[in-house]
Design a protein around this ligand. Structure first.
Ligand code: ADP
Ligand code: ADP
Length: 571
């Protein structure tokens, strides 16, 4: 433990901002809103609004004004001087009918009314400058910098009156406002409360760290995971919350832990974000806050370097903890000592001691993808199982095999044989054959460029759903246009997409003419026939190219099977 201060502070009081109108005033607000211009706010702004409204961002009580915004960027302070490290703004595109000092209706993505805001200010802001000051970078590898490109060009600010917190139906008993968390803590008789922020599943190292923190302050743990927006690519929150629940039920001391979900839209702003997290937890009644290494880290920049130093966040929070009214508990990395079967903080690990660790990449590649259970020293068995359910082994993940080639090239013939071979190996198959699809899913579509693209996109949409649900989709359609095939690859996900080019020359397809269509096309009875008077764009980088002149359909199907085996999709 490298904490410098362990002074015990009781949970902070103070009043919380509350932007909701009383229940009896809702009808009037709704009626008023029908006469107003509307803005539809983004997912991020919706999360921000919810936390503003419930007081999680107290003393901030509105989307920031220009003076707030500038001072927060430059000095981490609101216009009134209070510490606040992260801009919370409402960027919108120009709103028709908007007047200063006039009201606008705030609506969500489904046009549901959230409340009414009196627009006191509408001001331009500078993307590059904002990114530079808030995040210390303009590098688009930073997920927020990339996202900011799409934000509106005007920030709105003003007093808001809201109807009710957004209804959420999942994990209802865990969604607590700051006031509810405080009440829960008071009920539990908690004096010292240490909050833990997380956006990852909890493994033994985190469990160890949080238990030590609670012991150190002789207090209660507030396990406070973020379920709003986190870093793209993170484990989805449904999975994560299942891990937190099982740990709280089985592995923490009853009565000394409170689990609550936080609808925060993270910025991945490293040190500034850590300070913000501390402020938010103070508002939820925590007296202490854990800051480990790489807090709120956005990963690596385009030069392959970390955006922030591993312990920059501890340094910044440490400097402001007193003013903020919450004490930081800094932790180094927790390491496992296999010889002693225990965890220890990196700085206290004896020099010669053996240590063990498993990186995030290893978790995915060497364990989950391979279907190997994570060891008990690394994670609790229940957590390992939850992760295996969400991330099944490769041989239980979905995959799309996309056959493309001229009519009569041999796509269906090969796909049919491959179907039986995959069934033999225990996989579930859906065949989406162009000729068949055109009699049901795409009935009525013709062969214009537009109709063909529609047909392919439909097949792609269905294939993507099948793959998402862990099935194998075998698609066989001429799919003559490269751009559309690439679009489908993207829809399905490139690492679960296998493009198979059935490379039979036109002369051979025409010679076979198993459906009699080429003869008709030559006679002009079918117009725009692929290969005759409509182009076929051969794939540039297919995963597999099949030759049907020398190889038999059986040999070709086995080649695709072998490829799938090599990729781990078949056991
Ligand atoms: P597509 O689905 O590409 O339009 P089909 O599979 O329906 O083509 O038709 C291909 C025709 O070519 C079938 O009649 C099949 O028997 C014949 N054929 C001959 N040699 C091969 C081969 N090596 N691979 C696939 N089909 C072949
Ligand atoms: P697409 O990718 O063009 O939607 P499909 O595999 O769904 O291709 O349908 C192509 C099949 O429809 C061919 O096998 C052929 O028998 C028949 N067909 C009818 N008219 C045409 C045409 N103009 N071009 C290509 N195939 C056609």
């Amino acid at each position: 433990m490298t904490t410098s201060r362990t002074g015990l502070v009781s949970p902070v009081g103070g009043t919380l901002v509350d932007l909701f109108v009383p229940v009896e005033a809702r009808a009037e607000l709704r009626a008023h809103a029908t006469r107003l211009p509307s803005v539809q706010i983004s997912e991020r702004a919706l999360y921000d609004l919810e936390l503003l409204a419930t007081g999680a961002f107290s003393p901030l009580d509105r989307f920031m004004s220009r003076r707030d915004h500038e001072r927060v960027l430059g000095e981490m302070r609101l216009a009134g001087g209070q510490l606040f490290p992260i801009p919370v703004t409402l960027p919108v595109n120009r709103v028709p009918g908007l007047r200063l000092d006039g009201d606008i209706a705030l609506r969500d993505a489904h046009n549901e009314l959230l409340g009414v805001m009196t627009v006191e200010e509408a001001y331009d802001w500078d993307r590059g400058e904002t990114a530079q000051q808030m995040l210390g970078t303009r590098d688009v590898r930073h997920p927020l910098v990339a996202e900011m490109e799409r934000w509106g060009e005007v920030n709105l600010s003003g007093r808001a009156r809201l109807l009710a917190p957004p209804l959420r139906h999942d994990f209802r008993d865990l969604r607590l406002t700051p006031a509810e968390v405080r009440a829960r803590l008071t009920e539990a008789g908690a004096v010292n409360v240490v909050a833990f922020q997380t956006r990852n599943p909890l493994h033994r190292a985190h469990e160890e760290l949080t238990r030590r923190a609670a012991d150190l302050i002789k207090g209660t743990l507030l396990l406070h995971p973020v379920v709003g927006m986190t870093k793209p690519g993170d484990v989805d929150y449904y999975t994560r919350v299942r891990t937190y629940k099982v740990l709280v039920e089985r592995y923490y001391e009853p009565g000394r832990v409170v689990l609550a979900l936080l609808n925060l839209a993270m910025r991945m702003a490293g040190p500034r974000e850590a300070l913000w997290h501390a402020l938010i937890r103070r508002n939820h009644g925590a007296s202490h806050f854990i800051v480990g290494r790489d807090h709120a880290s956005p990963g690596l920049d385009s030069a392959g370097k970390p955006f922030y130093g591993a312990y920059d966040a501890q340094e910044l929070v440490g400097r402001h903890q007193e003013e903020l009214g919450i004490t930081m508990l800094p932790f180094g990395e927790m390491m496992y000592l296999p010889d002693e079967a225990r965890y220890e903080e990196a700085s206290r690990v004896p020099k010669q001691a053996r240590t063990a660790s498993i990186s995030g990449t290893q978790v995915r590649e060497e364990f989950l993808n391979a279907g190997v259970k994570l060891p008990d020293w690394f994670t609790r068995p229940e957590v390992a199982q939850i992760l295996m359910d969400t991330y099944p082994a490769r041989h239980r993940q979905g995959v799309c095999v996309w056959f493309t080639g001229l009519s009569g090239a041999g796509k269906s013939t090969t796909a049919e044989i491959l179907t039986t071979l995959l069934l033999e190996r225990g996989r579930n198959i859906t065949v989406l054959d162009g000729d068949v699809v055109r009699t049901n899913l795409s009935k009525g579509l013709g062969f214009s460029k537009e109709d063909r693209d529609t047909n392919i996109r439909r097949i792609g949409f269905v294939a993507a759903e099948i793959v998402r649900h862990g099935g194998v989709a075998l698609c066989a359609a001429v799919s003559p246009y490269r751009v559309t095939r690439d679009e489908v690859r993207h829809m399905v996900g490139a690492d679960h997409f296998v493009e198979v080019f059935v490379d039979t020359p036109l002369e051979e397809c025409e010679r076979r003419d198993s459906k009699g269509v080429y003869a008709k096309a030559r006679r002009g009875e079918i117009k725009g026939f692929t290969g005759i008077d409509d182009p076929y764009e051969a794939p540039e980088h297919p995963e597999i190219t099949l030759d049907t002149l020398v190889s038999t359909p059986d040999a070709n199907a086995r080649r695709v099977l072998e490829y799938l085996e090599g990729q781990g999709f078949v056991r």
